[in-house]
Design a protein around this ligand. Structure first.
Ligand code: ZN
Ligand code: ZN
Length: 57
């Protein structure tokens, strides 16, 4: 079943957002008009080339 989520409007962001939301974070909202090669929204599994602060021992 299709979930009511869509991709963040940030071209380099792989996060999913609510259907009523355009960006997953303020970072993406501020970068919405720019073309960036990486996303620094801080969401796990999104940041490219950056290690997420996960609970990995
Ligand atoms: Zn992101
Ligand atoms: Zn985003």
């Amino acid at each position: 079943m299709p979930e009511k989520t869509k991709k963040c409007a940030h071209p380099a962001c792989s996060c999913t957002v609510d259907e009523n939301t355009k960006h997953c974070s303020q970072y993406c909202k501020d970068s919405g008009g720019k073309t960036e090669i990486s996303c620094n929204c801080g969401h796990t599994g999104c940041a490219i080339g950056e290690q997420a602060p996960a609970t990995t021992a």
